[in-house]
Design a protein around this ligand. Structure first.
Ligand code: ADP
Ligand code: ZN
Ligand code: ZN
Length: 682
């Protein structure tokens, strides 16, 4: 950096808006004193806005023809974003085709606004520099020894790290993967290295936190999105300080924390979809981004799961990643037996009682008689999917989104699961005045509703987005069920994530078909993953597990593979199709979305964009199409799909897309058009 007093200096500053950076004048008073890169500054923007941003770089190249404003204030003595973080932010922005402003918004807790600083000072004064720990415990446990099978696996992992940057630990549920992570973490901490342990949001429970806390005490910091801004800022600052936590247990956003000497990243339940941020931008995949982060530190990555994603399994088979398997449960506990019930048959014979087949009722009754617990899984919340007029078939839809409203009986409301729009159930059909409605489809609430008629004294808990809105509610349901305060836990996907209940002997899957029939090339992979995970909740400890799976497609291949736990066959069959139809992991996908209030205009613009894209990418471009949900929050949506060969030049593709985007946005009709990308969509 030059520091001639007379030379004028400029700073490129990232602001919390969807652009890369803006150039400002550095006032002479600030110039020679220090390099501002990585420091937060306050700047004026537009007519009367003021933003806090981060200085990306300082330079002397006056930009042409731009009116320049001055930095108002510098907030930091020391940079709050380090060089590794800048490199990582830039990688995210490039790979996921999004502006640096978006990355910064995700990358800094609560945008580290000045008011948060003040709150932080206040709170740490009160707590005398308190830790972020929910549990102020010191390490109490010594490591349990690993079993011989686990020891072998551990040895294989360490050996694979000698030649591979990432390794897949493919171990059945309850085989001791977490136990292995703990030993591995311990090794890295002893060598003075930092470890990042990533879990999907929903799996980061008190259960796992306490288990790790017992071993690592306050060397571990926890980071998740339900923390307040102040709590997150506290962890962030601690990680940037000379005495950071050596172990971070966190959700996807913890990849943005400042690390100093990262040695190992563990990605548990690597197949989990929720590692992908869908909204807002940056739409990054925390697993893939974490592998890149580890790479930047020369660190290793361990990917753990019982049901690998195709992307990871494929790379392990091609020996790009190491591969280590655990096929036995701890203490050789039996994997649960899965029994299929053909509901088509049961319905034809009029044997179904509501959503329950005789076999499921019998198995549940058996468990109740033995004072054992039951988990019921249904992939949909609410009472039923929607209501329908008995007379004319009219169905209430969301006025802002292209979806039917979901019935919630307890509150007598209809709710949009996309934008939250809620309205009362109409007294009569607005189309034909009919007063009676049919309830179509079945959600968790309806299942709960039917239990008392079938099992008189059974008590229930329900876990879905309606009952577990906050982290506290979620934890309460888990701890109540663990203490056997209810016999039956009814839930959506939420009940599948790594929960460990001693006393559950029966798991009922009410309807496997809704998942299988989703119009998505991943629906079989996902159904296999979800149902295997649900099944894995049964018989984890003292009670042998029994899973009843209700389906109308009892004799399909995929159902057979699920019962037999035949991941390989499922993978093999599906991969043949993926290859044939050019889907991942044989191709990379980029979805290009266009959003606008005016459907007609959008049609025109999307077609224009499609045509121009085809001149560059040819038949790698598909669409534009209306996505399954073609309007959200009053904006119409079109989607174009780009299917790229794996060796396509990423930088050139991005440049081409961004150039074309500029051309489209420059069209007079394109005012208020919004264009964004979803790279490696899920
Ligand atoms: P996974 O992560 O593969 O589901 P866990 O590590 O949670 O498996 O292990 C399942 C259960 O078995 C846990 O309750 C764990 O404490 C216990 N367990 C696994 N391995 C050991 C071991 N080596 N020593 C003692 N307990 C173990
Ligand atoms: Zn009607
Ligand atoms: Zn809506």
């Amino acid at each position: 950096m030059r520091s001639h007093p007379e030379s004028i200096m400029f700073a490129d500053i990232i602001l919390p808006i969807p652009f890369d950076s803006f150039t400002y004048l550095v006032p002479p008073t600030l110039q020679p004193t220090r390099d501002l890169r990585g420091c937060r500054v306050v700047v004026p923007f537009g007519k009367n806005k003021i933003y806090t941003g981060v200085v990306l770089r300082v330079h002397n190249n006056k930009p042409e023809g731009v009116e320049m404003k001055e930095i108002m204030e510098v907030l930091d003595e020391q940079p709050v974003v380090n060089e590794k973080q800048f490199a990582f932010w830039q990688w995210i922005a490039n790979y996921y085709i999004c502006p640096l402003g978006d990355v910064m918004k995700s990358g800094l807790p609560g945008a580290m606004k000045p008011k948060d600083e003040a709150a932080l000072k206040e709170s740490s004064r009160k707590r005398k520099g308190g830790k972020n720990n929910l549990f102020h415990e010191d390490a109490t446990a010594t490591l349990q020894p690993l079993t011989p099978a686990q020891q072998t696996a551990m040895g294989e992992i360490e050996a694979s790290f000698k030649t591979k940057n990432a390794t897949l630990l493919h171990g059945v549920t309850s085989s001791g993967k977490t136990e292995i992570y703990i030993h591995l973490i311990n090794n890295y901490l002893e060598r003075g290295k930092q470890v990042l342990y990533l879990l999907p949001e929903i799996a980061l429970t008190t259960q796992i936190t306490e288990r790790l806390r017992r071993v690592f005490g306050d060397r571990m910091g926890v980071y998740h999105s339900k923390f307040t801004d102040v709590q997150r800022l506290e962890v962030y600052k601690r990680q940037a300080s000379p005495t950071p936590y050596q172990l971070i247990l966190g959700v996807r956003s913890s990849i943005f924390l400042p690390f100093q000497d990262l040695g190992l990243v563990i990605i548990d339940e690597e197949h989990e979809q929720s590692y992908k941020q869908q909204e807002p931008s940056p739409r990054y995949h925390a697993r893939n981004a974490a592998i890149m982060l580890a790479h930047m530190f020369g660190a290793k990555t361990l990917l753990g799961t019982a049901t690998p994603s195709f992307e990871v399994y494929h790379l392990a088979r091609k020996e790009r990643y190491g591969y280590v398997q655990l096929t036995q449960r701890y203490k050789n506990k039996q994997l649960p037996t899965i029994e299929i019930v053909d509901t088509k048959e049961a319905k034809r014979k009029k044997l179904m009682r509501g959503l329950f087949s005789p076999r499921l009722i019998e198995a549940m009754q058996g468990a109740l008689d033995r004072h054992e617990q039951i988990i019921l899984f249904q992939n949909r919340r609410g009472f039923s999917s929607f209501i329908e007029c008995r007379q004319c078939g009219w169905t209430p839809r969301c006025p802002h989104c292209d979806v039917t409203l979901t019935l919630h009986k307890k509150t007598s409301t209809l709710t949009c699961h996309y934008c939250g729009y809620t309205t009362r159930i109409p007294e009569r059909c607005p189309a034909c005045e009919e007063e009676k409605f049919n309830h179509v489809g079945a959600g968790t609430e309806k299942i709960e509703d039917q239990i008392p008629q079938l099992f008189e004294n059974a008590t229930t808990l329900r876990m879905d987005l309606d009952t577990a809105k906050t982290r506290l509610q979620f934890e309460r349901i888990i701890s109540d069920f663990a203490q056997h305060k209810a016999d039956i836990l009814i839930g959506t996907q939420m009940v599948t994530k790594g929960l460990d209940f001693d006393n559950v002997s029966v798991v009922g899957i009410l309807d496997a078909d809704t998942m299988l029939n989703l119009p998505d090339f991943r629906s079989y992979e996902r159904t296999f993953q979800t149902l295997s995970q649900v099944a894995g909740r049964a018989g984890r400890n003292n009670t042998p597990g029994h899973v009843i799976l209700q389906t109308r497609s009892a004799d399909s291949d995929i159902i057979r593979q699920i019962i037999q736990g035949d991941y390989w066959q499922m993978f093999y069959n599906q991969m043949t199709e993926r290859q044939q139809f050019h889907y991942p992991p044989f191709r990379r996908l980029i979805y290009i979305y266009l959003r606008h209030k005016d459907d007609h205009l959008l049609d025109h613009l999307a077609t224009e964009m499609g045509n121009r894209l085809r001149t560059i990418f040819g038949d790698r471009i598909l669409g534009p199409d209306r996505p399954p949900i073609a309007r959200i929050q009053s904006l119409y949506i079109r989607k174009l799909m780009l299917k790229l060969e794996l060796n396509a030049p990423t930088d050139q593709v991005r440049q081409a897309l961004l150039t074309l985007q500029q051309q489209i946005l420059a069209l007079p009709a394109a005012k208020n058009l919004n264009i964004y990308y979803d790279v490696d969509p899920l």
